[in-house]
Design a binder for this molecule. Structure first.
Ligand SMILES: C[S@@+](CC[C@H](N)C(=O)[O-])C[C@H]1O[C@@H](n2cnc3c(N)ncnc32)[C@H](O)[C@@H]1O
Length: 278
């Protein structure tokens, strides 16, 4: 057995013995443990203009305590550490956390790491001034429960910064197309949620939305994207066929295109949302 013995959570398990991963969480943990080497330097997520832009809507006290949930390669959490905040990096994947910690050490940044599932955080009420989560909730088995957890661990006046792929309401063909493609490419993909759904979940958890915007984000090269997830040959073929036969709604919304050099790209709609606990 590995660090996650029988899929018990190592970090959370220390505090909540017996916590088990559900099948969706287990699929993510396994996928990202296998592919952690792809998410560090050189990954498109290393570009942090989206986070820097969103942080303009967030006021934090000096030395604020920040939690970066599903930290992956650590790009969001380390940006916060550079700004002098006391940062905890959390993830469900042991290998992701090990690599993020190594990157922090290499850059001379002090951070804490904790292994846990976003749906059940091993923290008390009101511990953090800021919770961030970027390009990860589409893997969560219970994104709504995750928002409840964010509200619980935030201090009053604390902020939640969410960045994730999203999809417009009322575009069922584009949504189905993107869902299938993402699931074939990486079976640990669970689902995307609309801007309105995220805003509703924030409101019901006592988080007042301060800003919320869909921004385009380029998926620049389908081959690179396949390599990142180690997509199986059968599933690559399914995705390529889906690109070839994409319905007009998906083509128009996602701007699917094939360049002269053969690179297939499209534009996700990425939700950037900041909310504050009242
Ligand atoms: C694409 S990476 C995140 C990128 C990162 N946030 C950044 O800004 O660069 C997705 C991460 O979500 C993590 N993850 C997936 N499901 C999770 C869950 N239920 N709880 C916590 N982490 C999860 C994966 O292990 C992976 O490290």
């Amino acid at each position: 057995m590995g660090a996650r013995d029988g899929f018990a959570l190592a970090g959370a398990g220390a505090q909540f013995p017996g916590v088990k991963l559900d099948p969706i969480q287990a699929a993510s943990a396994a996928q990202f443990d296998r592919r952690s080497h792809r998410y560090g330097k050189g990954h498109i997520l290393e570009q942090t203009a989206d986070i820097e832009g969103a942080l303009r809507h967030v006021e934090l006290p000096a030395g604020a305590r920040a939690l970066d949930v599903a930290t992956g390669g650590g790009h969001t959490g380390l940006l916060l550490a550079v700004r002098g905040y006391r940062v905890t990096l959390g993830d469900i994947s042991t290998n992701m956390l090990t690599r993020a910690a190594a990157l922090a050490a290499e850059r001379g940044l002090k951070v804490e790491t904790r292994e846990f599932a976003a749906e059940a955080m091993p923290f008390g009420e009101g511990e953090f001034d800021l919770v961030t989560c970027r390009v990860a909730p589409h893997h969560f088995s219970d994104a709504r429960g995750f928002v409840r957890e964010v509200a619980r661990v935030l201090k009053r006046g604390g902020s939640f910064l969410l960045i994730d792929g999203s999809i417009e309401d009322g575009k069922p063909e584009a949504e189905a197309w993107l869902h299938n493609v993402e699931k074939w490419r990486d079976p640990s993909h669970h689902r995307l949620w609309s801007q309105r759904t995220w805003e509703t979940w924030c409101a019901e958890s006592g988080l007042a939305v301060k800003s919320s915007e869909l921004q385009p984000m380029l998926q620049p090269d389908l081959e690179w994207y396949f390599e990142t997830a180690a997509t199986s040959p059968e599933n690559r073929a399914k995705v390529l066929e889906a690109v070839r036969t994409a319905p007009e709604e998906a083509r128009a919304l996602l701007r699917i295109s094939e360049a002269a050099d053969g690179k297939i790209s499209w534009w996700w709609q990425r939700l950037v949302l900041v909310a504050q606990k009242g």
